[in-house]
Write a protein that binds this ligand. Structure first.
Ligand SMILES: *Cc1c(COP(=O)(O)O)cnc(C)c1O
Length: 373
């Protein structure tokens, strides 16, 4: 599904030198590379503050802690997402209110959000799933109208942006109150271990986010609030400093693969290729197809596997069906589409290093299998 080795080969000398520098200076924790990376990413995204942390799950947790969300506060978020989004909601004893997703974009259905708002609602957490931003303009309008925070889970769509109706473009993760991301190796901007970051344009909130990520302290040994210990390793920051200038070309490479698949699969009534929302610059963290009813997904996957083609199901079980939330989530609107999607989606390999031979091999065999089922 990914080819991190070939990607590394192309930037090997620079990456190795950056790691060696960290070792030579032994600045393993909070070394200067961490600050440089934050500044580089702030500039790239056009956001005032980037607060680095240990991973994308921590980033979400720190965001919710910095907003002083209290047990019982309701958080509106899709059930169809990677579990980390909702796991932290549970960890902080907040109440998840699961929202249906849009049938085309897989992201939160903006027409369903308002029905779920109660006096207890404090935040909306849209997820820019598979590399495409949720429809942020109406989400921000709803949030403003009801006085809600917006936390963008941008673990899968860094490098992409949203275009507002007046033509303004804003980087994904930088539109809401807070945005979060992950540098897990397979993400669009991945490091060589764990890493994450939090974005905000709010100066006061930035101070609070830094405190929460650093044991609740501003000054050493003065602990003002409950925090945690969540840092981006200097070595990971050094690697990310090398990789960030390549992010746009990495996203372009993914978009080229998507273009190829889209053209190859065009007009096939048995599958629905990923929708390209006009407001979103899609960066294809995944290439996720919807199989129409009656196609046996297991058989498709097994036959692909026999041909040496990996495929994945993101995600087989939605959050509202996880045991962890059996008793704690507030019943929301029916989630029929979410329930349908988890049974019908399939993701094909997409990454920065795919060759035209690989794209041709995969798409030809995938089509053959689909057409014989
Ligand atoms: C990867 C991911 C996360 C969590 O990131 P980690 O760095 O693995 O903790 C959160 N949300 C989404 C949507 C993700 O894809």
């Amino acid at each position: 599904m990914v080819d991190l080795k070939s990607q590394y080969e192309k930037i090997k000398d620079e990456v190795n030198a950056s790691i060696q520098e960290v070792i030579d200076t032994t600045a393993f924790i909070n070394g200067p590379q961490v600050k440089t990376f934050s500044a580089n990413l702030e500039k790239y995204l056009g956001v005032k503050h980037v607060i680095p942390c240990a991973n994308g799950t921590d980033a979400l947790q720190i965001a919710m802690m910095a907003l002083d969300l209290q047990p019982g506060d309701e958080i509106i978020t899709p059930s169809y997402t990677y579990f980390a989004t909702v796991e932290v909601v549970g960890l902080l004893q907040l109440t998840p209110v699961f929202c249906e997703v849009d049938k085309d974009t897989f992201s939160i259905d903006v027409n369903e959000i308002e029905k779920l708002i109660t006096p207890k609602t404090k935040a909306i957490v849209p997820v820019h799933l598979f590399g495409q931003s949720a429809d942020m303009e109406p989400i921000l309008a709803i949030a403003k109208k009801h006085g809600l925070y917006v936390i963008e889970d941008n673990a899968q769509a860094i490098g992409g942006y949203y275009t507002f109706s007046d033509g303004t473009r804003v980087a994904n993760g930088c539109m809401g109150t807070i945005g979060t991301t992950s540098f897990f190796p397979s993400k669009n901007l991945g490091c060589y271990g764990d890493g994450g970051a939090i974005f905000t344009n709010d100066n006061d909130l930035a101070v609070k986010l830094k405190m929460v990520a650093n044991h609740g302290q501003k000054e050493k040994y003065i602990h003002e609030i409950i925090g945690c210990n969540s840092r981006l390793d200097t070595m990971q920051a050094a690697i990310l400093n090398v990789k960030l200038p390549h992010l746009d070309s990495y996203c372009d490479a993914r978009r080229k693969v998507a273009d190829y698949y889209d053209a190859a699969f065009a007009g096939n009534a048995k599958i629905k290729t990923p929708f390209r929302a006009p407001y979103s610059h899609h960066v294809y963290h995944q290439y996720t197809i919807q199989l129409q009813d009656g196609i046996n997904r297991n058989e498709v996957m097994n036959r692909l596997k026999e041909l040496g083609i990996p495929s994945m199901v993101y995600y087989p079980i939605p959050a509202h069906k996880q045991k962890m939330f059996e008793n704690t989530h507030r019943p929301s609107t029916n989630l029929d589409l979410t329930n349908w999607l988890v049974e019908h989606v399939i993701s094909l390999p997409i990454h920065t290093e795919m060759t035209s031979e690989q794209m041709e091999y995969i798409s030809t065999h995938f089509l053959n299998i689909i057409n014989t089922l």
